[in-house]
Design a protein around this ligand. Structure first.
Ligand SMILES: C[S@@+](CC[C@H](N)C(=O)[O-])C[C@H]1O[C@@H](n2cnc3c(N)ncnc32)[C@H](O)[C@@H]1O
Ligand code: SF4
Length: 464
């Protein structure tokens, strides 16, 4: 079967269900095809990469998997904290994991550090102090780091913690506000008061944190146009440097889906209407996918680690439960997402890795093309700088057909997406996939049965 027939089949399948995706949705090879891998492969991969010095803009991502309570909409790996001492134990194991890599990375200089979760701001002053000085800054070299980003939610921030974060170099703070409507947040199981947002925001400014970004959710159960307008008005009065709005995606790991929730076509239409409304309310210019910022924060105020991953195909090391990593032309992998499994692996002094996929140059180029199409578009020049190949040659067939289908536009410098929804993106970006992978996906789509993609969708996908 010719590639175009294969592709059309996939598109039809992709449209017949709203695709549930794990992880970021632009992972290549797709995460649901990853297989178990061993810690030795990870160590060998990093050593080889460092020897060859063939990487750009390396970053460290560290995951804190605890929250005050679990919000029903949240798709990230975290659970409600039962006892503060759980964090001390987790820090013991982060220390063990960091020590495993110490011998490999030595004085290697990292460009970015991103501490995400979960809710990193849940750590006490003492625990934050230990995380930075006893683990991160002890085992890794951040002397040339240009951004230390930290995720937080308003209820767990206070002036002393913010002062300490500033002292440890945090220069980008994300405050997860989600909504200023307490009816909406409390229906999602999130105990958040409007006063917390105002207080945390002014404390962060007073502490001198350079860039403050606010996360908002669009399309949460019970959210109305009035609620969105009110939230935007209140948030913009605070003058955050960037605002990121996330369309609620009911993916398999959310409590919403686990408890049988799904979005009807009407809900999806409502969500799309709210997204358009949110975009129209921006007094800032768009600087990326659903991200709005002040002109001066175009680059420095953004999540540079993410920009590096998408625009420069950077290497990154993930630390902590469920964190994922990328070793150029070698491996994409993730740590185990089960806290006791994470502890067990480290008790045996092995890397707590779980699933992964070997990757070569072609995989990297496919990842690069699909990930950049999701954001602003593919820069031909950057593609050449990274891979020493011209994108028009590497993906001649793919680009020709996507252009004919009017899903992309090609000019002298850029290949830009003309797809009008994330679902079109999820379907048409697959055209870059290798033929054999498309065939495999097609078999999985068609076969049904346990373990198949259909089964996965049937069990987990909440969009019906
Ligand atoms: C890892 S969470 C950390 C947020 C922080 N703990 C808080 O509660 O504000 C990062 C962001 O992902 C977004 N998010 C979480 N679940 C989502 C979902 N199912 N669909 C879309 N965005 C989601 C939220 O806006 C959230 O602020
Ligand atoms: S949104 Fe934040 S606080 Fe809520 S469960 Fe997710 S990570 Fe935790």
């Amino acid at each position: 079967m010719d590639k175009i027939d294969l592709f059309e089949r996939i598109v039809i399948d992709a449209y017949s269900v709203e695709i549930a995706f794990s992880g970021s949705g632009y992972e290549y090879p797709p995460m649901y095809l990853w297989r178990e891998i061993g810690g030795e492969a990870v160590k060998a991969g990093w050593k080889k990469l460092l020897r060859g010095r063939d990487y750009v803009y390396p970053g460290i991502y560290l995951h804190i998997p605890f929250c005050a309570s679990k919000c029903s909409f949240c798709q990230f790996f975290s659970r409600a904290l039962k006892d503060r001492r759980e964090i001390d134990v987790y820090l013991d194991y982060l220390d063990k994991e960091a020590r495993l890599y110490k011998g490999i990375f030595g004085p290697f200089a990292w460009r970015t550090l991103y501490i995400g979760g979960g809710t990193p701001s849940l750590l006490s002053l003492r625990q934050l102090d230990r995380l930075f000085s006893g683990i991160l800054y002890k085992y890794f070299n951040f002397s040339r780091c240009i951004q230390v980003a930290f995720e937080s939610n308003p209820g767990s921030l206070d002036a002393k913690k913010l002062k300490l974060l500033k002292e440890y170099g945090v220069n980008r703070l994300t405050i997860g506000v989600q909504s200023m409507d307490e009816k909406v947040t409390s229906a999602c199981g999130r105990a958040q008061k409007q006063e917390d947002v105002y207080r945390a925001f002014s404390q962060a400014r007073n502490a001198g944190i350079e860039y403050i970004s606010v996360d908002l959710m669009i399309g949460l159960p019970g959210q109305t146009s009035e609620s969105i307008i009110d939230t935007h008005k209140r948030v913009y009065e605070l003058k955050p440097d960037t605002v990121h709005f996330n369309a609620f995606f009911p993916s398999p790991p959310t409590q919403f889906v686990k408890s049988g929730g799904f979005l009807t076509e009407r809900d999806i239409a409502h969500k799309n209407k709210l997204l358009c409304l949110a975009a129209s309310l921006q007094d800032k210019k768009p600087i990326g996918n659903d991200e709005y910022g002040l002109p001066e924060s175009d680059f420095a105020g953004r999540n540079i680690q993410l920009v590096d991953q998408i625009r420069h195909n950077s290497a990154y090391l993930g630390l902590g439960c469920s964190a994922s990593s990328h070793i150029n032309r070698c491996l994409r992998y993730m740590n185990t997402d089960d806290i006791s499994g994470y502890y067990r692996a480290l008790d045996k002094n092995t890397c707590p890795v779980f699933l992964g996929s070997r990757i070569d140059m072609r995989d990297e180029m496919i990842f690069y093309a699909t990930a950049n199409l999701r954001y602003k578009g593919i820069s031909k020049k950057l593609f050449y700088q990274l891979f020493r190949r011209r994108i028009e040659r590497v993906f001649a067939r793919e680009l020709e057909i996507l252009e004919k289908m009017k899903k992309i536009t090609v000019d002298k410098e850029y290949i830009l997406s003309a797809m009008d929804s994330v679902y079109e993106y999820l379907a048409y970006s697959k055209y870059f996939y290798r033929d054999e992978l498309l065939r495999k996906l097609q078999r999985i789509y068609r076969a049904g049965g346990p373990g198949s993609h259909q089964d996965y969708l049937r069990n987990f996908c909440s969009c019906r």
